[in-house]
Design a protein around this ligand. Structure first.
Ligand code: PLP
Length: 420
């Protein structure tokens, strides 16, 4: 309670803005995930790896736009690229451009895809991937996993699975990292069009899929002729070729989004030629996939520049090594405390578990001490870290190592105060 009073005092302008916002926005915002109690802090501006609040505070940005903010705020090359694209080309031309073909070729090469299509968001990418799989297989059901998040209307939390989903009938929900359950759910039905899975569940936050589990999905899907859709909307940043490269997976379809738009709203799905050809009228493909802003020039150009000039394979490897190093530091200080650290590379999850379990394999095992997690959030905000309330961190390129070390120090102090 005391912390909440302090929070309210520190963020008086945000409270005022929140009172105004709730008059026209349910809950006062437009992204449920970003809602925080007692009210959200309003941001005014971002610069490189920092954000500034309306209340005059500066934060090191660990939300990183839920992985979409990889390049940092107003990254100079991307800013210049966007300005010159607006001036010299235009924002959305209502016709095919070479920019989309150029970016498609780059992404196909980088993520081992035969063909790719663009969308406006990761949610849409998953929607079209599922739709395509149904058309391709002539089947109806989709196997998904407890704790999975595939978009604004595709989430499968433990307490109300599929409530946040369109079309409740089509889902078969299996247990993440449970090989037997997964095998049974995929192989026992003769109506499975697709299996849709994240290689690491982002909403967990950051529950890592085991190598054996992910390969079992690939094998079972193949066995029954279902389309294996790997949702790499978050994880494509984890290596130069995404999580699939790290795990040696060959999904039939990969879905992507986030930072790949260079900061502009973006999504994509792509993979095997025999499936993607259902969109190709030249060879009799009849499935439509449209979207007014699918090939908007800003995303196509900024994405291309971001991937070809900034997030090169070498940078991707180094950046994720930095994330691994930070996670190792956090794991070290978490020993003997109630804190558990999960994640891979530059995406990290922080949990507070009643039983102190360190090896977290599923969303169900979390049994969080929510009070402690909330307190962690309040105190990290006071220490100047903009961190998501669910406890996930998505690093931004160029965040100084000293700042990451300062974070480890602050977490250590927190653990000594509250969670030893
Ligand atoms: N899939 C995963 C794994 C995600 O993390 C997200 C977004 O957080 C999505 C899909 C949806 O992407 P978007 O928010 O661009 O619709």
């Amino acid at each position: 309670e005391l912390t909440k009073v302090r929070f309210t005092e520190r963020n008086a302008t945000s409270l005022k803005l929140h009172h105004e916002a709730v008059k026209s926005l349910p809950g006062g915002n437009t992204r449920s995930l970003l809602h925080t109690a007692p009210f959200p802090v309003f941001l005014k501006k971002g610069e490189e790896y920092q954000v500034y609040s309306e209340d005059g505070h500066t934060y090191t940005d660990f939300v990183g736009e839920m992985t979409a903010g990889l390049f940092g705020h107003s990254q100079p090359l991307l800013t210049q690229t966007l300005i010159s694209t607006i001036q010299d080309v235009g924002m959305n031309l209502g016709g095919t451009t070479e920019f989309e073909a150029r970016y498609a070729a780059l992404l196909c090469a980088r993520f081992s895809l035969d063909l790719i299509r663009f969308t406006n968001s990761g949610t849409e990418a998953n929607l079209h991937a599922i739709n395509g799989a149904k058309r391709f297989t002539g089947k109806r059901k989709v196997v998904v996993f407890t704790g999975g998040y595939h978009g604004g209307c595709f989430s499968f939390p433990e307490d109300h699975p599929a409530e946040n989903c369109v079309d409740l009938d089509e889902w078969i929900i299996a247990e993440y990292n449970d090989i037997e359950d997964t095998k049974r759910k995929i192989e026992d039905s003769d109506d499975v069009a697709a299996v849709l899975v994240e290689g690491m569940q982002g909403a967990g936050p950051c529950i890592v899929g085991t190598h054996e589990f992910l390969h079992q999905i690939q094998e079972s899907a193949k066995k029954v002729g279902a389309v294996f859709i790997l949702d790499e909307v978050m994880t494509s940043r984890l290596s130069e070729g995404g999580l699939q490269k790290l795990e040696g997976l060959q999904p039939d379809i990969t879905t992507m989004g986030k930072y790949l738009g260079g900061g502009i709203t973006f999504g994509a799905f792509g993979g095997k030629k025999e499936i993607m050809q259902i969109y190709d009228p030249r060879v009799g493909g009849t499935l439509a996939h449209s979207g007014t802003f699918n090939n908007n020039t800003l995303g196509m150009v900024a994405g291309y520049v971001g991937m070809s000039q900034i997030y090169t394979p070498k940078v991707a490897r180094e950046f994720n090594a930095t994330g691994d190093r930070l996670r190792a530091e956090l794991e070290k200080i978490s020993q003997g405390t109630k804190m558990t650290v999960t994640g891979r590379g530059t995406i990290i999850g922080i949990h507070f578990l009643k039983d102190g379990k360190k090896d977290l394999k599923s969303y169900r095992e979390r049994k969080d001490e929510f009070d402690l997690k909330d307190l962690f959030w309040f105190e990290m905000m006071e220490d100047g870290f903009w961190i998501s309330k669910r406890g996930s961190i998505a690093l931004i390129l160029g965040t100084p190592w000293e700042e990451l070390e300062r974070f480890v120090g602050c977490v250590n102090q927190f653990l000594k105060r509250h969670a030893a």
